[in-house]
Ligand binder design. Structure first.
Ligand code: ADP
Ligand code: MG
Length: 318
């Protein structure tokens, strides 16, 4: 009975979920966050299993912290030798460097040295001295990466240069998973990778999805506004996700690569809406760093939609 009871309870909860709102949700902790998939028409369990095993695979490839991830290998060999990588990770790094250029370096996948120094979100988080920051800043320069398309290799030319795909990984994963679900006949679903949303199709009867935009000032669950969307990613970057407090000052996890300090723009949060989840993720980080004025130019230049929340609580819809 001890074994049967949890199974019965699980079955009961699934049945309730299916009959009450005609949806089925499955959640796992991956990519350092809570990841959920909700499908609005009963799908084969195999589709869910395939979804999470693909997500786990992506996590193990992209994460810097897994001992054998491709990104870890590249970082371990920084200043030593080029590392031959899979076609998938090569294209992702190539795209990341293009987006670095497009955003004028506000989104910079070579911020690894800064992320390590500040260690925000870990037990070792601390505010480094100005000298320490100045000493690592040059290692984030794009000139420290060599991509060889023929060899499919990646070389970080300084031992202190480190790749960190934290600002693009979940967006990329949402693109891959959306394609996977569509290819498996799923027409109506929401992928939620720790707040990185990808909506597939519309709700069951053709209505748009209503996505809440988290209020940076309240506990999780409070929204300052909503957007109505279909078939698109909705990605937000904000100072409230991960931070450390020292001497009463809050230091968050998104760095301005020009200064080496957590960005200090006029934005409390930046949401980008685009069917290209990878682009949306990189742009949300970049726009958050750049602020409303420069951010607007970037958003308009990229032809995406956006909702920005400023520190004077103005909501800008673009
Ligand atoms: P989240 O991952 O919390 O949703 P972001 O997509 O904005 O938020 O990514 C933030 C992460 O990206 C940081 O934790 C860090 O690893 C990395 N990062 C920080 N600043 C930058 C930056 N300017 N450009 C690229 N990556 C960054
Ligand atoms: Mg991002």
């Amino acid at each position: 009975m001890r074994r049967v009871l949890p199974v019965l309870l699980l079955l009961l909860s699934l049945l309730t979920a299916c009959s009450s709102n005609e949806s089925y949700t499955d959640t796992r902790y991956l990519m350092g966050t809570q990841c959920a998939i909700t499908v609005y028409k009963r799908a084969d369990q195999k589709v869910f299993d395939g979804f999470f095993s693909r997500l786990e695979e992506l996590d193990h490839t992209i994460s810097r912290t897994y001992a054998h991830s491709e990104i870890h290998e590249i970082n371990e060999n920084a200043g030593i030798e080029p590392v031959v990588v899979s076609a998938e990770i090569f294209s992702l790094i190539q795209r990341a460097m293009e987006l670095c250029e497009l955003t004028g370096g506000a989104f910079n996948p070579l911020v690894g040295a800064l992320t390590d120094l500040w260690a925000i979100g870990t037990d070792e988080a601390r505010v480094p001295s100005a000298e320490e920051i100045a000493s690592v800043l040059s290692y984030t320069s794009p000139e420290h990466i060599v991509l060889d398309e023929e060899e499919m290799s990646v070389y970080l030319t300084s031992p202190h240069t480190h790749l960190d795909l934290g600002a693009i990984g979940k967006g990329y994963a949402s693109d891959v998973l959306a394609s996977y679900l569509r290819a498996n006949g799923v027409e109506s679903a929401i992928i939620n990778l720790g707040g990185n949303i990808y909506c597939i199709g519309t709700k069951r009867h053709g209505e748009k999805w209503v996505i809440g935009l988290q209020n940076p000032d309240t506990e999780y669950g409070g929204y300052y506004s909503t957007v109505e969307v279909e078939d698109t990613a909705v990605v937000t970057s904000g100072a409230y996700e991960r931070y450390t407090v020292e001497d009463g000052r809050v230091y968050h996890h998104i760095f301005d690569p020009e200064t080496g300090y957590p960005s200090e723009s006029d934005l409390l949060s930046a949401t980008i809406i685009s069917p290209d989840g990878t682009l949306a993720d990189a742009l949300s980080t970049a726009v958050f760093v750049l602020g409303s004025e420069q951010g607007r130019e970037l958003i308009e230049g990229c032809g995406v939609e956006a909702v920005l929340l400023t520190d004077s609580l103005e909501i800008i819809r673009l």
